[in-house]
Ligand binder design. Structure first.
Ligand code: SF4
Length: 732
């Protein structure tokens, strides 16, 4: 007799969070749909909906393997879990004893809950060398919110829980409408637009919503700090700032006023390529039609001026009084479980751990809890051995880090690497041991991405294929072998421990599905009460929101925001511009892929088979390029192939390439095609943000020219641009 059940769970095909109903028939998933009773009202995106093709994918890694040839040769031998885990434990212990625990690093992809385990594992070992992509994603924002307001996370209040919705919304380098990395934000953002009077889009390209926006500021990539400072200057010059908030609750307004005066609108217009009338209009709307929010996109964190750009944007939010007010920027009250992240915060970083954070002496803000990945690669390429054992979960550093060729050369020199993953990709091909990871439909875990007002349960729906295991299980088992005092009997005990503050057990939580501090219990205007400090104020050294940062000043940084040209631009490198005349940005997201993932999911790949480079039709005509042509994009560091898309919504001086691309169907040799189309072959890893070490991934120079048909027939592209090996290997 057929047995059918519906499992309530939570998607994690991006950072996660959408509520899902999963139909399981005789132990097999037969249908997935959004849960109408969840925080996302039954909505899901293509990535989550395609999950059946993910878990049933014939290319999944389902056993542990050890390398049986040279790195990148693609020769593997299947081994048992015990052999894999014991080998890893021995390598870690050897490296720790001989060279120190800081030579053992964990690394990860974008946040997926396994953050908790990479950090706990590293700290329990005595190392703070976690190699995270946070410095080009979300960490600078969180760190700077913490610095300026004293509290780590501010979110756009789209919910209306305090009685108001944002009247003016700035979507700054963000496209929540087509690709939300954080599930419920998209849903609430779109609902909040019903109440939004002014939508301002700041983006180098036309986006899905520019046609419905009040204003679209088409900005030159990498000049966002100048725009924010220019808007601050207009607001101050015209007397539009929130005087009550600024006078009573901020520190350093006069200094900020003086700094902003260095950015008159004419100069800002020249820098940003935005007409000055539009800059003035945007500043007035944001200051006068409050409350307002600014939704920031991670493209800003992929620039070497990112720290000061974010500082300027946060100061812009603040002088308009948009902090902690309903419909403004709010730090959410956490659910009763508190910070699930405390599972690693409870192991403090010691001075010794801090002193061994690679890049920590230079990129002091980035070193708050992770190391600088580019510094490590540079050290390897100088002949040093900063890391002896590298345990990577889910990430593709080879794909997302700047200057792919140097990253590959550096990683070849690591003594011992482990990759925990679901599919063969560049990092797996670089590794010595590969461990098979379970999908979110195959594991129990807790969703707490970017801690905010709720957490949710990932409930296991089916068993993983072969011998695949959850990330929590894998780290717990390695931990039990290396530092047993910090790890747990089993995963359920670990999850119980993470939930203990509620108190609630994993079993109870998995039935409850969600724990949150819903609307009426949220607290606004915390700084007017004893919430953060007795008598009111912000938990900063001055007790005020620091427009002028005393913490940055003490660290030796400029306490006020400023603009700096990208490392390569028509203004900073005019000579180079003669050979590479186009500005290249690589920041835009696709609704079908999440960073380097999902090119091997047939339904998703069918929407976008090849990476596309958007180019203005006027520029394309000058270059002799037609829509659909394969083109070379070249920078001083290399060249890649993408498919041209003629797009009037981009400035004729700018082109936009699809980021994070490798070909899972490509052979292991060549690291699964990572050099063919990945824009990071073009990016520079030497020009970095002074605070966070973020390189210029989204603003550099390039030239573009047509790729000749015979070039695509080169044997190295067989099966990718030609079909002589049976068509499209990803379309199983
Ligand atoms: S937005 Fe994220 S959590 Fe929601 S369905 Fe898509 S991938 Fe899943």
């Amino acid at each position: 007799m057929t047995e059918k059940k519906i499992v309530e769970t939570t998607c994690k095909s991006c950072h996660g969070g959408c509520g899902v109903l999963v139909e399981v028939t005789d132990g097999v998933i037969t249908h997935i749909e959004g849960n109408p009773d969840s925080t996302t009202g039954g909505t899901m995106c293509a990535k989550g909906l395609s999950s059946i093709q993910h878990i049933d994918n014939p290319y999944r890694i389902i056993h542990p393997y050890k390398r049986a040839g040279e790195k990148g040769e693609g020769k593997w031998k299947q081994i048992s879990w015990d052999e894999a885990l014991d080998t890893i434990a021995v390598k870690i212990k050897e490296a720790t004893e001989k060279y120190g625990p800081w030579t053992v690093a964990t690394s990860q992809g974008t946040g997926r809950g396994y953050n908790r385990y990479t950090h706990r594992f590293s700290r329990s070992m005595g190392s703070a060398n976690v190699i995270s992509p946070g410095y080009i994603c979300h960490s600078p924002r969180i760190g700077l919110y913490g610095l300026i307001t004293g509290y780590g996370r501010l979110y756009c209040d789209y919910h209306g829980w305090g009685g108001e919705f944002p009247k003016t919304q700035i979507s700054w380098a963000k496209q929540l409408e087509i690709s939300s990395a954080d599930s419920e934000m998209c849903y609430w953002y779109m609902k909040s637009l019903d109440y939004c009077k002014n939508l301002i889009i700041i983006d180098p390209r036309a986006t899905a919503y520019t046609s419905r926006a009040t204003l679209w500021l088409q900005i030159r990539p990498g000049t966002d700090a100048a725009l924010a400072l220019g808007m601050i200057n207009i607001i101050i010059q015209e007397g539009l700032w929130d005087k009550e908030f600024v006078d009573n609750w901020t520190y350093g307004f006069e200094e900020l006023k003086k700094r902003a005066a260095e950015y008159p609108v004419e100069k800002v217009s020249e820098i940003t390529w935005i007409p000055k009338e539009k800059i003035i209009q945007a500043a007035r709307l944001f200051a006068q039609d409050t409350p307002g929010v600014i939704q920031i996109g991670s493209s800003l964190e992929r620039q070497a001026n990112c720290g000061q750009t974010l500082r300027a944007i946060i100061d812009l939010m603040a002088i308009c009084g948009n902090i902690e007010r309903p419909g403004g920027m709010v730090s959410w009250v956490l659910p009763e479980t508190g910070l699930i992240e405390d599972v690693f915060n409870e192991i403090p970083l010691t001075d010794e751990m801090r002193s061994h954070i690679y890049g920590g002496d230079k990129f002091k803000m980035g070193a708050a809890r992770t190391c600088n990945p580019d510094t490590i690669i540079r050290e390897f390429n100088k002949g040093e051995k900063p890391i002896r054992v590298w345990i990577s979960v889910g990430g593709q550093q080879i794909v997302h880090m700047a200057n792919t060729k140097q990253v590959v050369e550096g990683l070849k020199k690591v003594d011992f690497m482990v990759q925990v993953d679901q599919f063969w990709g560049p990092m797996a091909e670089m590794s010595d041991i590969v461990l098979p990871a379970a999908h979110w439909l195959e594991m129990d875990d807790i969703y707490d991405m970017h801690p905010r007002w709720f957490i949710e349960a990932h409930n296991k729906c089916v068993d993983p294929p072969g011998e695949a295991k959850s990330d929590a299980w894998i780290f717990n088992e390695i931990g039990r072998r290396v530092v047993p005092d910090y790890w747990f009997k089993d995963v359920e005990t670990l999850l119980d421990y993470e939930l203990r503050k509620a108190p609630i057990t994993w079993k109870q939580f998995s039935e409850k599905i969600i724990s949150g501090c819903f609307g009426p219990d949220q607290v606004y205007y915390k700084y007017k009460t004893d919430y953060w400090r007795k008598g009111g104020g912000f938990p900063t050294p001055t007790g005020k929101l620091e427009l002028y940062s005393t913490v940055l000043e003490n660290l030796g940084y400029d306490p006020l925001p400023y603009f700096e040209e990208p490392g390569e631009s028509p203004f900073s490198t005019p000579e180079l511009t003669k050979e590479y005349p186009l500005v290249l940005t690589t920041g835009f997201r696709s609704p079908f892929y999440f960073l380097a993932q999902y090119r091997n999911i047939p339904w998703l790949r069918s929407f976008m088979e090849y990476p596309t480079m958007q180019v203005n039709p006027e520029t394309a005509k000058e270059l002799g390029i037609e829509d659909g042509d394969f083109v070379w994009i070249e920078s001083p560091r290399g060249k890649i192939i993408q498919k041209a898309r003629l797009f009037p919504g981009i400035d004729p001086r700018v082109v936009a390439a699809t980021a994070n691309w490798f070909y899972p169907e490509a052979p292991a040799q060549g690291y699964r095609g990572v050099f063919i189309s990945n824009p990071n072959v073009l990016t520079d890893n030497n020009h970095q943000d002074p605070m966070y070490g973020s390189p210029d991934l989204t603003c550099l120079l390039c030239k573009v020219y047509k790729c000749q048909p015979e070039e695509l027939k080169d044997p190295q592209y067989a099966g990718i641009f030609t079909t002589e090996h049976g068509g499209k290997p990803w379309a199983w």
